[in-house]
Design a protein around this ligand. Structure first.
Ligand SMILES: C[S@@+](CC[C@H](N)C(=O)[O-])C[C@H]1O[C@@H](n2cnc3c(N)ncnc32)[C@H](O)[C@@H]1O
Length: 251
């Protein structure tokens, strides 16, 4: 979600993610069950630096944009299971998912991360430094479409990445997909966040929603259909956090 979201909707209908923070960002119907998952399997394994950054970010006015702890744990697991070394991130905010990535990568691994705002990244940067993983992080300020195009301009980057995580600028996911299918190698993974958009993708079209949620939900619905039909990838849709889709590049 981008920072324009909460103000961009207009009208009096609340944002579908209002009152969301890292303690309740789930599609599970029972908050008690989500708390159980977090308390039992997630938070006991959250690194101190991750916890400190998460709690600082929860207090930020746009803190609801932060990835949830179970999502960060999933990213860490995927990165380790796939042995990813060179990765990309679109949408850094204060860096919670970025720090999870940097911690999961091997010491000579690298994540190139894009965000239009350095200001948010500067909040998280000290936590990345304190964790001793700053050497793995290459932050690039600016629109990710431009940043990815700049990478594509160098032939050496084509198929050079093992993994990408996309969490910004939902209406452009379809464009990121085309760029990332060239940057991520065959067999590599592209992970999209917010692919259930607070469950709105399954609501009847006449359901009251603010303009921004309607627009983003429609963009995500379109993405989900395209990904499902895309024979260049194998997809796995997970109903954790705000919906996550894992794509494995086939060709
Ligand atoms: C949902 S937040 C990312 C959250 C982050 N993954 C985390 O774990 O905390 C989305 C971020 O995307 C950034 N953003 C929005 N539009 C963008 C664009 N076109 N290019 C790059 N970043 C963008 C926003 O500045 C914001 O920080």
């Amino acid at each position: 979600m981008d920072p324009g979201m909460a103000t961009g909707g207009g009208g009096s209908i609340p944002d579908v993610h209002s009152n969301t923070d890292s303690s309740n960002k789930t599609l599970l119907k029972s908050q008690a069950l989500y708390k159980y998952v977090l308390d039992t399997s997630v938070l006991p394994h959250e690194a101190d630096c991750m916890r400190e950054l998460r709690l600082v970010t929860d207090k930020h006015e746009w803190g609801f944009m932060q990835s949830s702890p179970d999502e960060a744990q999933l990213l860490r697991m995927l990165l380790k299971l796939t042995g990813a070394r060179n990765t990309l991130e679109v949408g850094v905010f204060t860096g919670y998912s970025l720090l999870a990535t940097a911690l999961a990568l091997p010491d000579d691994g690298k994540v190139i991360a894009f965000d239009v705002s350095r200001e948010y990244y500067d909040i998280g940067r000290p936590f990345i430094e304190k964790a001793g993983v700053a050497h793995k992080v290459d932050f690039r300020e600016g629109p990710a479409l431009d940043g990815l195009d700049a990478l594509l301009a160098d032939e050496a980057n084509v198929g050079a990445f093992d993994f990408a995580f996309v969490d910004a600028d939902k209406p452009n996911y379809v464009k990121y997909h085309e760029q990332l299918l060239r940057l991520v190698r065959v067999g590599g993974s592209i992970v999209y966040d917010n692919t259930l958009w607070a469950g709105t993708v399954a609501l009847p079209p006449e359901t009251p929603m603010n303009d921004l949620d309607r627009r983003f939900s429609a963009a995500i619905r379109d993405l989900n259909v395209r990904l499902s039909k895309d024979e260049r990838v194998e997809v796995c849709q997970l109903a954790i956090a705000d919906g996550i889709t894992i794509c494995r590049r086939l060709v």
